[in-house]
Design a protein around this ligand. Structure first.
Ligand SMILES: [Zn+2]
Length: 262
């Protein structure tokens, strides 16, 4: 069987490969790459579409939810007919992604991502992208990524605000360097109570996809080393310095993976 880089029609990526910062070699790396997108709701659906359009070789989507009408304002790829049919998100997303780029291998997994499933889902990919909507899952992802030494891109959106950080084991701080435990859902401080601006999700997902593209195309040195925080309605953007891992981090320093334990 011919390698994917030999059979790919590079003309479709001409506007990308002609970028000085990208080029043919980066495109070839991207075509050979494997990415796991955890959750194909607000963040994950945009990220998956952007990565498949850009030419990622293999994408694994994991989700256990179906499409509802109230998803569509912030979730790419889904339509009113998907919602009317209560279609599984992985089925609707898989079909759409194959129509967008038939050269991409799109793998759909109907599953929750938890301490029992995370390792198998993550083991053979190059990058993990956070498309979840809860910190419990993110702490499992963080533990698993540190254990298996996998780069992962974290993002969270709340109301009109979002935060994004790229985590590379051994090089950057991990999620537990920033917070010791998942924040609790109280005082309206979660999206199930406060709502979410659809465009804030799309912008956060675009940052996530850009960070994943850097790593997958061989440019991990270009990742944003800061925690990026923005408020689209308040018109603020902050880059928070998180350059050093926390000296006593139980996860990335002491390698105590509590969120993978029963
Ligand atoms: Zn850490």
């Amino acid at each position: 069987m011919k390698a994917k880089t030999e059979t790919a029609d590079f003309s479709r990526y001409a506007k990308q490969t002609s970028l000085n910062a990208f080029g043919i070699e980066s495109q070839e790396s991207l075509l050979r790459s494997r990415v796991l997108v955890v959750g194909v709701g607000g963040l994950g659906s945009w990220v998956a579409e952007l990565l498949v359009r850009a030419g990622v070789g293999h994408i694994r989507l994991v989700d256990d939810d179906s499409v509802e009408l109230s998803n569509i304002h912030r979730q790419a790829m889904y339509t009113e007919s998907d919602a009317a049919a209560h279609k599984l998100k992985i089925a609707a997303a898989g079909q759409r992604l194959r129509e967008i780029n038939s050269g991409a291998e799109v793998e759909m997994v109907y599953s929750r991502v938890d301490r029992l499933t995370a390792e198998n889902l993550m083991r053979d990919v190059d990058v993990v992208v956070d498309g979840t909507d809860n910190f419990e899952t993110r702490f499992v992802l963080n533990d698993c990524a540190m254990k298996l030494s996998k780069p992962w891109v974290f993002a969270g959106v709340l109301g009109t605000k979002a935060q994004i950080m790229t985590i590379i084991p051994g090089k950057t701080p991990c999620l537990r360097c920033l917070m010791d435990a998942p924040p609790t859902c109280d005082g309206g401080q979660c999206c199930c109570q406060s709502g979410v601006l659809g465009v804030a999700v799309a912008v956060a997902a675009s940052f996530e996809a850009a960070e994943a593209l850097k790593v997958l195309s061989g440019h991990a040195d270009r990742i944003n080393p800061y925690l990026l925080v923005f408020d689209l309605w308040g018109n603020t953007v902050k880059q928070i310095d998180v350059s050093e891992p926390r000296a006593d981090c139980p996860c990335c320093v002491h390698r105590n993976f509590e969120f993978l334990e029963p």
